[in-house]
Design a protein around this ligand. Sequence first.
Ligand code: PRX
Length: 633
Amino acid sequence: MVRDTDVLLHERRIFEPDEETIQNANVKDWEAEIEKGKDLEKYWAEKAQQFEWFQKWDKVLDDSNKPFYKWFVNGKINLAYNAVDRWIHTEKRNQIAILYVNERGDERKITYYELYREVNKFANALKNLGVKKGDKVSMYLPMCPHLMVSILACNKIGAIHSVVYSGLSVGAFVERMNDARAKILITADGTFRRGKIIDLKKISDEAMLQCPTIETVIVVKHTGNPIKTSELSGKEIFYDRVIEGEPAEFEPEPMDSEDPLFLLYTSGSTGKPKGVLHTTAGYMVGVSTTMKDIFDIQDNDLWWCTADIGWITGHSYLIYAPLLLGTTTLVYEGAPDYPDPGIWWQIVEKYGVTKFYTAPTAIRHLMRYGDKYPNIYNLSSLKILGTVGEPINPEAWIWYHKNVGKEKCPIMDTWWQTETGMHLISPLPVSPLKPGSATRAFPGVEADVVDEEGNPVPLGKGGFLVIKTPWPAMFRTLYKDEERFIEAYWKDIPGVYKAGDMARKDEDGYFWIQGRSDDVLKIAGHRIGTAEVESAFVSHPAVAEAAVIGKDDPIKGQVIKAFLILKEGYHLNTDLIEDLKRHVRHELGPVAVLGEIEEVQSLPKTRSGKIMRRVLRARELGEDVGDTSTLEE
Ligand code: PRX
């Protein structure tokens, strides 16, 4: 959401940490920790010592070939070994690793030892199917333990996972699968959503017709949506069958620090999604350190991150960081307001959640139902809250603080991205907080706000958010597209990482993120490219040309406003609007929330034919269009 900066600049409230928070904190002195982080290599090397390495690194950071940084050079490590196996020789053996709950009230508790056995069985099964180190395995699965087991089993083998968010539909799914050229797909018979079962298998069947590289499809029986063995094609096999009789031991593959860990697709300015590539050791160090210090992770914590595993927040902070820290992680499959808008708070009370991490859009959505629901339940187990995904408006921050945190839980507003892998700008529990600001860069990270030439802008002025030093969980490239990696992030402002966000810095050095500076929309915290939506529209027989912009929305942050030139013989009536909505949903999935569709006779373009969305946006908001000297039509 592009924010009303006037409101932000007038936001003066400061929330200081209380005594109890300071006493519990892993990091008690924010300033001193930031100071410590200035010795980058020493700081991160210390953090890397928490893990068991097969072979220690020779060099913490290799920056000889910028921006292709390398971390923990020549180290050998295995992520799943550190996230699972390491704990089974400790008192955590019988501790719950994964607490799965769904909207029907079913629950499943999986201890570290049980997880160890399940991951090993599945790793053996994948190996038998021919999966080797470096192979790609895709997943199109609901929020369920099987997805976590699949991810960890890939780690054990050294296979690269590529999870496709189960809210994306056929078109987006096919595009991601074919770019990754995965060999195996793991999917399920469905997912629970608001009392219904969404048939994921049907979507994946349709997608598979266009995904030639997939040799085997493994189907998890998750919802009881009946699929008979006789209905499976020759390529398909049930998960239960595949692990049958497999041994519960597996020798983890020693991975080089820089071996690829996963691919995760995200939207950029062009129609083609970016395959963000993360590697092993630096990622492990980055996600575990940030979670531990930002959320003050202790042995008795019950951690709940509400993000979907299909996005980076789910990867880093629902699976990887919590397990690397030996925490219990709660996975909830369901919507925040079903069967009623108190369901999240009911779960917090029932299980005693201590740390809770969600998105501003969810808070705004729940705020709509008033103060009643969070106040029905006893939320006193909560100690720290978090938000991520988009700027949080001060009003939502205050509501969350008062009604959920009962004015005693600090709110960690964490700024980061699919590309960054880990939190980069965030307070710590001991930091003084300002509602709506992600505060300062995490220790060991250097951020700034600069102009187009890379010069720092004066305090309070808007500019481009950049990161000036490398960080361990940084993505290493865009899959099969080094050129785009450099073009999109490292070229415009040399020597720094350009995040694609606009921001301001205040007199205390606090960052106020304003929203994207590129053609990427943030709909309910989900990132979606305008060009992707436009190509979905253009693939409909009635549409000749399309341009879309983000329009502010009080709950979702942004929704899509589309301007369409229709082909001859078509008129924009209710039937066509419905059909267009259905079509875009089929191509992209429910993440593409359509606000308005408007028929136009022409679109503003540059002489080289690029759509000037800026002009459409200005027209929509009734603002000055600005410089239109490059405008052709
Ligand atoms: O615009 C910023 C916004 O989300 C973008 C990254 O989106 P994605 O890669 O999908 O990852 C989301 C989860 C990490 C950023 O460029 N964003 C993320 N967190 C915040 C935020 N904007 C403001 N405040 C945040 N805390």
